[in-house]
Ligand binder design. Structure first.
Ligand code: GLY
Ligand code: MN
Ligand code: MN
Length: 423
């Protein structure tokens, strides 16, 4: 705030709004800058005011209502904040700005709907937001506890989903097993589950849940997480129905993913990790006979981009794709990804207390393959590709914490522990 010349900050939780010409709302998700202070989804229309040296002030929205259960101020919030309760959301926002303005220059950090057209307020000033976004990457012990809990929820769901898959369940039934085991509703999830059988695994963010199992079961990719106190886990596993060549490919991607994680420590470059994974993907393409050229040639010619078209991973926290991945310094200096990898969400230096995902994949995506056919007609082994197309693809995703001199995988030990506990 000092660097940005700001004396007080107003942070609204925001509101979900209603669908057009309707009285139904999508699930509410608080502004993450607000959730950073008060990690609670029951805070729609609440507004926080922070002035350095003062107890933070919460304008809590609560209205008498017999259609919905009115929100209650959590006990810990009563203790930590100066709380004012009000029923009129606009009046609360105005009171918050009035209070902040007494301190001097005010920054408003959150969704701005223009209704408080107030000249005293700087709306989402970049100088402040860059600092906040940069800082969000370093997790406190409290945040790490929440993320470990979110990991356990996700892993419980994954274990149940795996059992459901091998019992022959449909995408829909696997999804329902996941929710039940992870004790979450759809609205609680950090992001919509990706529950993909067979070629659906080649749709990166596949969004449907087929209620019927496929007649032939080949592969299963599940990308699903947990959320606790607003903090996310983001986990992907892929399975082959049979011990076939695709099963070997899954194991090979898994091995490359683990090997790469072992190299992470403060000071390494995430862009280098991403590029090194592309080289590994080149190796696997060659090893599995998917290209006729060698591993290096597949990397150099850009063929690996066809099979691994997304980034290696992203920061993780209050948002699944957490902010600040390109912000290399608190002043907002941006580190853009190399031209070859525009989808890479994390380019800043790797430092202790960051949590991010490592999620390599190899996919057989008809759209990308047909676009590549002319360019790589000779280098790619097209008939071999045909045999993998019905499997869709592989992704293996873990969440890692960078420690003072290495890395801690948050995901794998949770699988081991919860698997053991279930047996
Ligand atoms: N589940 C979204 C992602 O892995 O980035
Ligand atoms: Mn994911
Ligand atoms: Mn991810």
């Amino acid at each position: 705030m000092e660097t940005a010349g700001i004396d007080a900050v107003v942070v609204p939780a925001g509101n979900a709004g209603v669908y057009f010409q309707d009285d139904i709302s999508p699930p509410f998700r608080p502004n993450p800058n607000f959730a950073h202070w008060i990690p609670d989804d029951g805070t729609e229309h609440c507004v926080l005011v922070y002035r350095p040296g003062e107890r933070p002030h919460l304008f809590f929205h609560r209205q008498a209502d017999y259609w919905y259960l009115p929100a209650a101020v959590p006990d810990w919030v009563e203790e930590a904040f100066q709380v004012d309760v009000g029923a009129d959301a606009d009046a609360l926002a105005t009171s918050a700005i009035d209070l902040a303005a007494r301190a001097g220059r005010v920054a408003y950090v959150g969704p701005w709907h223009g209704m408080h057209n107030d000249k005293r307020v700087a709306v989402n000033p970049k100088a402040l937001l860059s600092h906040l976004q940069h800082a969000r990457a370093y997790k406190t012990d409290f945040e790490l506890d929440a993320m470990r809990h979110a990991t356990d929820l996700g892993v419980l769901g994954h274990l149940a989903a795996r059992t459901a898959y091998f019992d022959g369940a449909s995408e829909l039934d696997i999804h329902l097993s996941y929710l039940r085991a992870s004790r979450q509703t759809d609205a609680d999830l950090p992001y919509p589950n990706i529950v993909a059988q067979n070629d659906h695994a080649g749709v990166l963010h596949y969004q449907h849940r087929n209620p019927r199992p496929p007649s032939q079961r080949r592969s299963f990719l599940i990308d699903a997480g947990g959320r606790h106190l607003g903090y996310a886990s983001d986990i992907t596993r892929t399975y082959s129905a049979e011990p076939d060549a695709f099963a070997e490919l899954v194991d090979a991607v898994d091995e490359k993913q683990r090997a790469l994680i072992a190299d992470i420590r403060p000071g390494v470059s995430y862009v280098d990790l991403h590029e090194s994974m592309h080289r590994s993907i080149g190796e696997l393409l060659a090893r599995f006979g998917l290209v006729r050229c060698g591993a290096d040639a597949a990397f150099d010619a850009g063929i690996t981009d066809v099979f691994f078209p997304h980034g290696l991973g992203h920061l993780l926290g209050l948002q699944t794709h957490d902010v600040g991945g390109w912000i290399a310094a608190p002043d907002g200096q941006v580190s853009v990804p190399p031209q070859r990898y525009p989808a890479l969400r994390l380019t800043r230096p790797v430092e202790a207390r960051q949590v991010f995902t490592i999620e390599p994949g190899i996919y057989f995506i008809p759209q990308l393959l047909s676009a590549a056919k002319e360019r790589y007609g000779r280098e790619v082994a097209w008939s071999r590709i045909e045999s993998f197309l019905p499997y869709g693809g592989v992704r293996i995703e873990d969440n890692v914490l960078v420690t003072a001199n290495g890395v801690e995988n948050l995901t794998r030990p949770a699988f081991r522990r919860l698997e053991q506990a279930a047996n």
